[in-house]
Design a protein around this ligand. Structure first.
Ligand SMILES: Cc1ncc(C[n+]2csc(CCOP(=O)(O)OP(=O)(O)O)c2C)c(N)n1
Ligand SMILES: [Mg+2]
Length: 322
């Protein structure tokens, strides 16, 4: 069943916020205002938003190196996110982590991870904790097609299947791991097929259709809450930009492939759906929504720039627990 029109509008706002956040982050990285590294999620917004729309605040997620979208979809504060990318004290990690280290336990965002597949066992532990606590919470792992070739993925879904942990394993199959096409590192076509080897359901979804992602997630969440164990959801999608924003990184993907996927943009797709379904969603409302999103982002950049860089002698603070 489709979510209510109000919820669909929220989902549209979130996808557009991710899109605009990423545009800004890439531009500011290239101009030298943001340090470290930035991996753009543009093109894949429907995955994070569709899945997180099926979750409660208490449910927990873990992200990847391409994690801004997951943070935004789970409800992270744009100001603190932007300040973190800018390396400022007001950021989520006091400016010492950057793009790949944003966590907010208050909203169930357990963090990003620069280690490919590194988050999968951590969030599987959160799934075990949820099961032991017995309050009906679920845990969600986001990861890429490349990560699904790494050992931690297999070990985690094996134990989650055996113990029926309340988990969703969400593979964002964007067809590449840096420059390596999935077809060169996976003998079959679908990551979802791997689920059979671990005795759990494997579902394939159009990852550019936010409503389809949402519906698959709702079903998997219901299974998990009912004690029936994890589901592997493979979302077929595509990143529009190069692997990272670092200059001089070659992008060997065929330009016509990139163009073809841009035509499957998940955002206008939901706009069209809203217009057809509701009739009353007008171009003016869409422009107004985008204006508000841009304003919120502009404010987040102002907030970031107003915050100082962390002091050098604070470098070791928060490294060890008290
Ligand atoms: C353990 C490990 N190996 C290699 C890398 C370098 N690396 C960073 S991202 C990436 C590709 C990840 O591909 P995928 O899981 O498909 O995610 P995507 O970038 O496509 O979202 C690699 C190999 C790393 N960060 N960690
Ligand atoms: Mg990939």
């Amino acid at each position: 069943m489709h979510p209510s029109p109000e919820k669909q509008r929220d989902m549209l706002r979130q996808m557009q916020t991710i899109r605009r956040f990423e545009e800004r982050a890439s531009a500011d990285f290239r101009s030298g205002a943001i340090y470290g590294v930035v991996h753009s999620y543009i093109g894949e917004e429907a995955v994070a938003v569709g899945v997180c729309a099926a979750l409660n605040r208490e449910d927990q997620i873990i992200s990847t190196h391409r994690g801004h979208g997951h943070c935004i979809a789970k409800g992270a504060d744009l100001n603190r996110m932007m300040a973190e990318l800018y390396g400022r004290e007001a950021g989520y990690c006091k400016g010492k982590g950057g793009s790949m280290h944003i966590a907010d336990f208050g909203i169930g965002m357990l963090g990003a991870n620069g280690i490919v597949a590194g988050g999968i066992p951590i969030v599987t532990g959160a799934g075990l904790a949820a099961q032991l606590e017995g309050k009906g919470r679920v845990a969600v792992s986001f990861f890429g097609d490349g990560a699904s070739n790494a050992g931690p993925f297999h070990e985690s879904i094996n134990i989650a299947g055996a113990w029926k942990l309340p988990m969703l394993y969400v593979c964002e199959n964007n067809m590449y791991a840096v420059q390596t096409p999935a077809a060169k590192s996976l003998a079959f076509k679908d990551v979802a097929a791997r689920a059979a080897g671990y005795g759990i359901p494997g579902v394939i979804v159009d990852g550019n259709d936010v409503l389809a992602v949402y519906e698959a997630a709702v079903e998997a969440v219901a299974r998990a809450r009912a004690g029936d164990g994890p589901t592997l959801i493979e979302c077929k999608t595509y990143r529009w930009r190069a692997h990272t924003e670092r200059p001089a990184q070659p992008d060997y993907r065929p330009p016509e492939e990139i163009e073809a996927w841009k035509k499957k943009d998940p955002i206008p797709r939901l706009v069209r759906h809203l217009k057809q379904q509701q009739g009353q969603f007008s171009d003016e409302e869409w422009q107004e929504l985008d204006k508000q999103v841009l304003k919120a982002l502009e404010d987040s950049v102002t907030f970031a720039k107003a915050s100082p860089f962390p002091a050098t002698d604070a470098a070791l603070e928060d490294v060890y627990a008290d």
